[in-house]
Design a binder for this molecule. Structure first.
Ligand SMILES: [Zn+2]
Length: 118
């Protein structure tokens, strides 16, 4: 892959990373605030507690998947530095540029990702 392409992908990844970090922080804040509100607004109906807990679990799940994507983005940035960005980490084949444009943190070619069930 050409250096100019790599720089473009690096930029995309850094933007994505900034967005993820912002989102994750924001979502974590939301989850924490909700917790405080619950305590201060006691007593609460049992039904309300149920739905609040559901919402909070859902938010925390989002935070977690955000962290996973963040790790993948960091890995991709590391692979750019190592010069292995568009090399499939399973079969060693080339990851098509089109795929990386859609999913800049992809670490496998389409075939390997399908085999891995991703
Ligand atoms: Zn592969």
């Amino acid at each position: 892959m050409r250096d100019t392409d790599l720089e473009l992908f690096r930029k995309n990844l850094l933007i994505l990373r900034a967005r993820l970090v912002g989102d994750v922080t924001h979502m974590a804040d939301l989850a924490l605030n909700r917790n405080e509100n619950e305590l201060s607004s006691m007593p609460v109906h049992l039904a309300d507690i149920g739905s609040d807990n559901y919402d909070r679990d859902f938010t925390l799940q989002l935070v977690q998947s955000g962290h996973e994507t963040l790790q993948q983005v960091d890995e991709a940035l590391r692979r750019i530095d190592e010069g292995t960005y568009d090399i499939c980490e399973v079969c060693g084949g080339r990851i098509p540029k089109r795929r990386l444009q859609v999913m800049p943190y992809a670490s496998m070619c389409v075939k390997c990702a399908e085999k891995a069930g991703l």
